[in-house]
Design a protein around this ligand. Structure first.
Ligand code: BGC
Length: 437
């Protein structure tokens, strides 16, 4: 195939905790991120106001429309909807209902993530969150409420965002909420997530009012072959992408059980049995991929890497667009599901000068990464869409507000929005269906 298909889904991505704010508005209760101790987040910041999207969603959707965005991937705040045990917060549902209506009115397809890390605090306080098997039932009750409320208008569902991150960072490396270190109980947490995912998909399929398309946004990556033209080198990279370091820990440990019903283990202590994997194997309509840095450059993937001569973003992640090509290729060939890229982007310390943000570096980033998406599509890899992360500058978890990922600049004093030069550039890519890349 030459170029992108005509119905390619060009989108942008966000998540509730990172943009919404309004953390106690209209009956919402805090999430584990709202109550995080100041010392855990850079500059003692918090996400109580964030981009105030809760009050400005119409303005934000108007900006998406202006850019010509076709799909908006966002997440629901569980504690806005189920603000206490057994209680549905109708005002929380009403917010998302209006958001979805506004998107549809503007011709933008909603893509809903059910869990993007902002666990309700009441669940953490009473049940210890993902540590307790009870979470599988609680999550399922929430999913049923959401499906009843929105599936007349929502077709695309993502059960989870990057389980690898919220489990590893939240319960092993201790850098994300709820900031625990329970290394030897990790396999149990993994099973709870897998059971919750399977039940969620069954519930969506059983109750959705319009035929759903369901996926899961996995944090995904691959090793770029040392020599991309040498078949042996390609085979090695393919093997390593599922068996070595990050390949085993980040990819196979999650993908094989969930997508193929096969057990997997990593570092000897993390383990999912074949018997359990069969139980939680999930039939997805597509696999969603979030991809930033190739495993070649990660300390978990390749030991210590000298980055001094490499291009990096402001968090020191290496910029190398080939990662999108090899990640898509290896994953597609192994699991044979259509792919949708639900996150890819870069952060910088952007500045607003005379009403403009001249983010040439992000423009170059996009051209490079999307070029490799196009190459993958042309090589027969079934990629249906690409979502840039992020639509707005936002709350970057433990890194606070400093790293700016957005196509739209947010002034955190005034909360004014300004479309960056890269935003206009993306708009042009969408309009020309990536023709020039
Ligand atoms: C997460 C986002 C995050 C982004 C940049 C992804 O892992 O899903 O929430 O902001 O990466 O770090």
């Amino acid at each position: 195939m030459k170029g992108f298909p005509n119905d390619f889904i060009w989108g942008v991505s966000t998540s509730s905790a990172q943009i919404e704010g309004g953390y106690l508005d209209d009956g919402r209760t805090p999430s584990i991120w709202d109550v995080a101790d100041k010392s855990r987040i850079k500059n003692g910041e918090n996400c109580h106001v964030a981009c105030d999207h809760y009050h400005r969603y119409k303005e934000d959707i108007a900006l998406m429309k202006k850019l010509g965005v076709k799909s908006y991937r966002f997440s629901l705040s569980w504690s806005r909807i189920i603000s206490k045990e057994g209680g549905v917060n109708q005002k929380g549902l009403a917010f998302y209902s209006s958001l979805i209506d506004e998107l549809k009115k503007n011709g933008i397809e909603p893509m809903v993530t059910l869990y993007h890390w902002d666990l309700p605090w009441w669940i953490e306080a009473k049940y210890q969150g993902w540590m307790n098997r009870k979470i599988v039932d609680l999550f399922n009750e929430y999913v049923k409420v959401v499906v009843d409320a929105f599936s007349d208008r929502v077709k695309y569902w993502l059960t989870f965002n990057e389980p690898q991150c919220f489990l590893m960072n939240g319960y092993v490396t201790c850098v994300h909420a709820p900031f625990k270190r329970v290394i030897f109980r990790f396999s149990r947490l993994l099973r709870h997530f897998m059971l919750a995912n399977k039940r969620a998909v069954d519930t969506i399929r059983a109750y959705a009012k319009t035929k759903p398309l369901i996926g899961l946004s996995f944090g995904s990556g691959a090793y770029i072959p040392e020599n991309e033209n040498d078949p042996k080198s390609v085979e090695k990279a393919r093997h390593d992408s599922f068996y070595k370091g990050m390949g085993a820990m980040n990819n196979r440990l999650y993908f094989d059980p969930v997508l193929s019903g096969k057990g997997a283990s990593s570092y000897l202590i993390y383990h999912v049995s074949n018997r359990f994997a069969k139980k939680i194997k999930t039939d997805f309509d597509f696999m969603a991929i979030n991809n930033y840095e190739a495993f070649n450059y990660s300390p978990w993937g390749n030991g210590k890497v000298d980055k001094s001569n490499l291009k990096t973003n402001s968090l020191d992640w290496v910029i190398d667009g080939r990662t999108l090509y090899w990640t898509s290729k290896f994953i597609y060939e192994r699991y044979k599901l259509p792919l949708i890229i639900t996150e890819n982007g870069m952060c910088d310390n952007d500045v607003l000068i005379d009403g403009e943000v001249n983010d040439e570096k992000r423009i170059a980033f996009m051209d490079e990464y999307i070029h490799y998406v196009k190459k993958a599509v042309e090589d027969g890899i079934d990629i249906r869409g690409y979502h840039y992360w992020s639509f707005l500058d936002n709350f970057e978890w433990a890194e606070g507000y400093e790293p700016r990922f957005g196509l739209v600049y947010v002034d955190y004093e005034t909360l004014d929005r300004t479309i960056k030069k890269s935003g206009y550039h993306y708009s042009e890519i969408i309009k020309t269906n990536g023709e020039k890349l």
